[in-house]
Ligand binder design. Structure first.
Ligand code: HEC
Length: 135
């Protein structure tokens, strides 16, 4: 009577699976799965983009700005910080829970040192009507 070879093959397969599972876990552990630091300070660009650019860095309509451009003017970092904390005129103020002192130091320096951004594209010129060119 012949014996069924299946059980032996099964065992081999199980061992192979076990090995690859262990290898897989080792691989994951080796890659150092550490969650991104929650308290990481944001970069000045990130803060500027999220909190300032809406008013200071772009035109809401061609030629219409909410607030003056800040970049490329070599503004004094100390006065930038005062503006941010006190929010003069139509500007809102930011508390330390919005922008930490450390972030604000870096932001003020970054704004002061950044070159002016490239000029925004000109609004389209009024279309010339064929045959109706200006004198
Ligand atoms: C809601 C719109 C708004 C936001 C958001 C805003 N500002 Fe302002 N900001 C203004 C306005 C309006 C003025 C002009 C106030 C005035 O002259 O009375 C101003 C003025 C300033 C000035 C003085 C500029 C100058 O020409 O002397 C600085 C510096 C400044 N803001 C920095 C910032 C920074 C940094 C941020 C982001 C953290 C920011 N602002 C976010 C509206 C805004």
């Amino acid at each position: 009577m012949e014996t069924d070879p299946t059980p032996k093959r099964r065992k081999g397969l199980t061992v192979a699976l076990a090995i690859s599972a262990v290898a897989g876990i080792g691989l994951l552990a080796g890659q150092g799965f550490s969650p991104v630091e929650a308290s990481a300070t944001r970069s000045p660009e990130q803060i500027y983009g999220a909190s300032c650019k809406y008013c200071h860095g772009h035109m809401v309509a061609p030629g219409v700005r909410v607030a003056p451009d800040l970049l490329g003017r070599k503004l004094d970092p100390e006065s930038i910080k005062l503006f941010v904390r006190n929010g003069p005129g139509g500007m809102l103020s930011f508390r330390e829970s919005d922008i930490s002192n450390r972030e604000l130091d870096a932001l003020a320096r970054w704004i002061s040192e950044s070159p002016a951004p490239p000029a925004p594209p000109m609004p389209p010129a009024p279309a010339q009507q064929p045959g109706k060119s200006k004198p």
